[in-house]
Design a protein around this ligand. Structure first.
Ligand code: ACO
Length: 429
């Protein structure tokens, strides 16, 4: 991080010098940490549209150019040449692993996938029709009640064990949330399978027959995990960082991230996008739907992004995955896929979307892909949470290891009543 001559800001009759910080990529940042002390004024930025909340070395996005880099590596290269576990290592450690480092890491994650036997009782406490994200929020928070030996956030080794436990156990918890909702017995992890294949098996195997999965689906699952692994300071990641800034344990922080991710403007969008495609149903209904979006009766789910004002680079890879999965499952002519392709083409040519720089985001095609793989819509956000866990935990670790880290505590612009005296109930009429 380098510095340039300061920005001069006038507040009332005072001129204040504010340092300008330069990152390795991206816009400069005006350091306002001393602003309040020097000017008695706060800044106002709801939604953090102009505010950097931290310094980070993990992920870089150039929304105008449609660029996404993890530790400097473009997402399309990771998606086509790496594996999810290798990407996890990269996000956590900053560099790609050597062959020996990878083997150790894969071995560690594979051997942390089982859950404490007593943990399974948690699932029984939920109604069968509970949304799996409700189950995930509760179950992941409950991990802190089981793994007391890795809760000391000031111990680097314990932080690492918690990171491994979360990455390893998330597929087991997610698969159990799914199995519980469909009333099938839990399937235990199998150590000879890859991370993605093991997860698919835990979701779709039944005791009555052998489980065989098409390698194309394993590859697609792994790629979907890579695409969702991290996305710098989005709402759920910021939630994890904010929760962690108080010193909360990592399991509690990740549970907070899952709760935030559930919202339809964030991770819940893939579920909403597929529901939207089903409601549209046929390409002939698209003009009517687009008219409704312009009248602000509804949003085009899976379109638009706070940061990308160009095609989301993950959406391009996801579109390719959608083709591959639909071909592997014999659904090339899936009517929803036709609706999605047509809807995208219409929207990309329409002034309303062009003007607002609205492009497909990763969720536009992920729902169709996951549905073809056999997942119900309620599981979509769960899969997102599973994959994003590594990003959350890498960002959490980075925050804890940052010597400048402080408890997160935003200010406010107060517009409520000024001070007044209390009137007893008997005198209030
Ligand atoms: N459909 C229709 N109009 C939209 C959409 C959309 N999907 N997204 C934004 N707009 C419009 C807004 O109404 C606004 O119009 P206006 O200026 O005339 O009022 C303009 O575009 C700017 O939008 P904002 O809401 O200011 O953009 P913001 O950055 O706050 O929102 C968000 C980003 C929440 C992602 C939004 O685009 C959206 O709701 N999209 C649909 C949900 C979705 O797909 N979310 C997934 C995000 S990616 C992820 O989490 C993995």
């Amino acid at each position: 991080m380098t510095q340039t001559p300061p920005a001069k800001v006038t507040v009332g009759d005072k001129v204040i010098d504010l340092p300008i910080l330069k990152g390795t990529l991206g816009p400069d940042v005006i350091d306002i940490r001393k602003l309040y002390a020097q000017s008695d004024a706060f800044t106002y930025d709801p939604g953090f549209t102009s505010t950097a909340s931290c310094e980070s070395k993990i992920t870089f996005i150039d929304g105008d150019q449609g660029v996404l880099l993890h530790r400097g590596y473009p997402i399309d290269q990771l998606a086509s040449q790496s594996s999810f576990l290798e990407t996890c290592y990269l996000l956590l450690h900053g560099e790609l692993p050597t062959a020996a480092e990878y083997e150790t890491f894969e071995n560690t994650i594979t051997r942390h996938t089982m859950l404490h036997a007593q943990f399974d009782r948690f699932f029984d406490g939920f109604r069968r029709d509970a949304h799996p994200m409700a189950v995930m929020t509760g179950a992941v928070g409950a991990l802190s009640a089981f793994y007391h030996d890795s809760l000391d956030i000031h111990d680097a080794q314990q932080r690492e064990i918690s990171a491994h436990r979360l990455i390893a156990k998330m597929p087991t918890i997610a698969a159990r949330a799914f199995k519980y909702s469909v009333g099938q017995p839990f399937v235990h992890p199998k150590n000879n399978l890859s991370y993605a294949e093991n997860f698919l098996r835990m979701c779709f195997a039944v005791p009555a027959e052998d489980y065989v999965v098409d390698p194309a689906l394993v590859r697609a699952m792994d790629r979907i995990f890579i695409l969702h692994a991290d996305h710098e300071q989005n709402a759920s990641t910021s939630t994890v960082r904010l929760a962690g800034s108080s010193g909360a344990n990592p399991f509690a922080c990740i549970a907070a991230g899952i709760a935030c991710l559930w919202g339809p403007s964030h991770g819940g969008a893939n579920e909403e996008a597929l529901n939207m495609l089903r409601e549209i149903g046929t390409p002939e209904k698209i003009p009517e739907f687009i008219a409704g979006v312009k009248d602000r009766r509804y949003k085009l789910m899976g379109f638009g992004h706070r940061v990308y004002k160009n095609y989301d680079p993950r959406a391009k890879v996801m579109q390719t995955s959608a083709y591959e999965v639909l071909a592997a499952t014999g659904r090339e002519n899936d009517p929803l896929f036709q609706v999605a392709k047509e809807l995208e083409a219409v929207a990309l040519k329409d002034e309303f979307f062009i003007e607002r720089k609205l492009f497909p985001n990763v969720d536009f095609y992920s729902g169709i892909t996951l549905s073809a793989m056999g997942f119900p819509t309620t599981m979509f956000t769960v899969l997102f949470a599973l994959a994003r866990t590594v990003g959350w935990i890498a960002q959490w670790k980075e925050m804890i290891e940052d010597p400048g880290q402080k408890i997160g505590r935003p200010r406010q612009l107060y517009t409520g009543a000024t001070q007044r005296d209390f009137v007893p109930l008997s005198q209030r009429g």
